[in-house]
Ligand binder design. Structure first.
Ligand SMILES: *Cc1c(COP(=O)(O)O)cnc(C)c1O
Length: 362
């Protein structure tokens, strides 16, 4: 059996050590005589799994005690609705539109209240992060919303917006745990785990407690399952959680701790991304599509400028074991997603392959 180098944007590569451990525990988890998929979410084994996962995440991110950690379902996309439903007390929110995910969140919020776009980079196919130092934030805004790492376009905020004292809400799906963050700068940090943490089916929401509305404060029509309070009061066990996914996330948290935590991850990710960006900057054939100062460490889109050549590259790369490099249809070309679990040698070998391809097709 041979594993490929998987550059998928998501669901994406997971650490091999984690997959092997999960395989070894598949038939008998910790003496239970069953797999984690088969056990009650109220069992002592699962209780331990979810508690440990939460604690390890708290340790990794330095999450203060006044923040709740929720393991939910519905993906990041369900948060596009839950956020306005729970946070729009004044009915106003400001959105910064840096790509399709931010735009989808914005459109969802508009269904619920007065959502306004206060900045956008749509004019240049979202290839940069707009100036967010002095935005026209509404006095009544309940929150300011960003998508911190734009999976499709390959941009990342390297400075958070000046929210003028308003609560910051951030979708970190594709940069979750890729580097240290200061949780206290945010009201909500959330993300689907299938990009940089675990299997699809889990979304993690880190929310400051005072933002969770009580049943008196929230619109009575908001369904029980879409209230943060429901999940917060029940430690993510109001109903059956995505148990196997949480178990794998827990293993990834341990793996990250073993690697030295998020500082070490940042160093690893910077080193890894630099190999690819340096080559893109010197190549005569391949070009990065993002302005340099806003580049993501996780998603790297690039093009040759010639659609046929792009297609030829993707085809030959796939045959050579570098898979899922085709770019998003709105950007074209290629995209290499190089999440935490992508080893440095995966990027080194990809660049070697690109150099060879450039020489052969010059
Ligand atoms: C993938 C992605 C989403 C959508 O995630 P789902 O879990 O499929 O709903 C939202 N935001 C970002 C930044 C993403 O990368």
């Amino acid at each position: 059996m041979s594993r490929v180098y998987n550059f998928s944007a998501g669901p994406a590569v997971l650490p091999e050590e984690v997959l092997k451990e999960a395989a070894a525990e598949m038939l008998d988890y910790n003496g239970s005589g069953m797999s984690v998929m088969e056990m009650s979410h109220r069992s002592k084994w699962f209780e331990e799994i979810i508690k440990t996962a939460e604690q390890d995440l708290r340790d990794l991110m330095n999450i203060p005690d006044n923040y709740k950690v929720l393991f939910l379902q519905g993906g990041a996309s369900q948060q596009f609705a839950m956020i306005p439903m729970n946070l729009m007390k004044n009915g106003v929110a400001d959105y910064i539109i840096t790509g399709q995910w931010a735009k989808k969140a914005f459109n969802e919020a508009k269904k619920y209240g007065n959502a306004k776009a206060v900045a956008s980079s749509e004019d240049k196919t979202y290839s940069y992060i707009p100036d967010v130092s002095d935005l026209n934030i509404d006095d009544d805004a309940d929150y300011v919303y960003i998508c911190e790492n734009n999976t499709i376009y390959g941009t990342k905020y390297h400075t958070l917006p000046n929210t003028k004292g308003k609560t910051l809400v951030s979708d970190v799906s594709s940069c979750f745990l890729s580097e240290p963050v200061d949780v206290e700068k945010y009201g909500i940090i959330y993300g689907g785990v299938q990009k940089n943490i675990g299997p699809a089916g889990v979304v993690i929401v880190i929310i400051r407690e005072d933002l969770i509305p009580s049943d008196d404060e929230i619109d009575e029509k908001v369904p029980t399952m879409l209230r943060y309070k429901t999940h917060s009061d029940n430690d993510s066990l109001f109903n059956t959680p995505p148990a196997y996914g949480i178990y794998i996330c827990g293993k990834v948290f341990k793996w990250l701790k073993g690697k030295g935590g998020l500082e070490a991850m940042k160093e690893h990710n910077e080193k890894k991304a630099k190999i690819l960006y340096d080559y893109l900057d010197e190549s005569k054939m391949f070009k990065g599509t993002v302005v340099k100062e806003d580049r993501s460490l996780m998603n790297v889109p690039f093009v040759t400028g010639d659609k046929e050549l792009d297609a030829k590259f993707v085809e030959e790369a796939t045959k050579a074991g570098f898979v899922n490099l085709k770019g998003h249809r709105t950007v074209g070309g290629m995209r290499a997603s190089i999440y935490n679990a992508m080893p440095i040698e995966g990027v080194e070998k990809l660049v070697e392959f690109m150099k060879k391809f450039e020489k052969e097709n010059a």
